[in-house]
Design a protein around this ligand. Structure first.
Ligand code: GLP
Length: 272
């Protein structure tokens, strides 16, 4: 596991975007070998998407040979609703880059057979050769995608009922009206994300500090589903200073020193 600590949200977003850019450039994707990227929604990744758009506009990166798979979508919210994850992804990212819309996969929360939709999504990921880099975000209760506390750590894409905490956290996107927040979602499972070759989880803000502590300093526990990634061979947690407030000084110090050393050593970091 790597914990990358940046001073603030903007720097954390920039670091994450550069990491994604470097991974794609390094992979030299082509018509024969696409790069597959798992993507999150929420307010956290917005800064990272903005930077990626900037890199695309500068000519530093192309998404022509990139396939994306989004983590989750609300059930029953019309696709063109401003808060659907379809709208979010198109407005905040896809419409600004050169991705082929056919390669941008988002679960359909209005499918007639929801479980079939989830199974097909898993099959599409498998057909794409698996996910190279899954970028994720978490809720303050440590859920990854919509894998609420108590979710199986080997779960696959499925229908999920939202926890009250998540409904409360997401009410801000629905005019703070709890009755407008969908209560059901389709979400990739913890196992789906665990299968990715590499995972990068973005955690920023003091309100996520306890979740980050649970994610990395305590044991693997299905009540904090993000903690499962302790058992993934290549996980990077990218966070800002505020998110580290509940960590031990020793942990923060170790990873900051590691970062400084790494910056000198690794070509990837030298590109930053
Ligand atoms: C929702 C999404 C998660 C996301 C989380 C955090 O619960 N399903 O995938 O990570 O929100 O959102 P934010 O970044 O706005 O805190």
């Amino acid at each position: 596991m790597r914990l990358v600590i940046l001073e603030d949200y903007d720097l954390a977003s920039e670091w994450a975007a550069k990491y994604i850019r470097n991974r794609i450039v390094q992979a030299r994707p082509s018509a024969d070998r696409y790069f597959t990227l798992g993507l999150p929604t929420g307010s956290t990744p917005l800064g990272c998407y903005k930077k990626l758009i900037e890199y695309y506009k500068n000519g530093d990166i192309s998404f022509k040979y990139v396939k994306t798979f989004n983590m989750d979508e609300y059930v029953g919210l019309p696709r063109d609703h401003p808060e659907s994850y379809h709208s979010y992804m198109w407005n905040n990212f896809f419409k600004h880059i050169d991705i082929n819309p056919a390669n941008a996969h988002i679960l359909d929360g209005n499918a007639a057979d929801l479980q079939k939709e989830c199974d097909t999504f898993e099959q599409k990921i498998a057909d794409a050769g698996g996910i190279d880099l899954f970028v994720g975000g978490i809720g303050p209760d440590g859920h990854i995608a919509f894998n609420e506390p108590g979710s199986s750590l080997v779960s696959r894409t499925r229908v999920k009922t939202l926890a009250q905490d998540t409904i409360l956290a997401n009410a801000r996107f629905f005019g703070n009206d709890l009755s407008k927040v969908p209560t059901m979602t389709l979400t990739v499972g913890v196992g789906t994300v665990m299968d990715a070759r590499e995972v990068m989880i973005l955690i920023t803000g003091a309100h996520k500090a306890f979740a980050l502590y649970k994610a990395i300093e305590e044991g693997v526990n299905h009540m904090w589903t993000v903690s499962a990634f302790q058992q993934h061979p290549r996980t990077i947690f990218v966070c800002d200073e505020d998110a580290t407030l509940e960590l031990r000084v020793k942990t923060v110090k170790y990873f900051k020193e590691f970062g400084a050393f790494d910056r000198l050593k690794s070509w990837e970091w030298n590109l930053l």
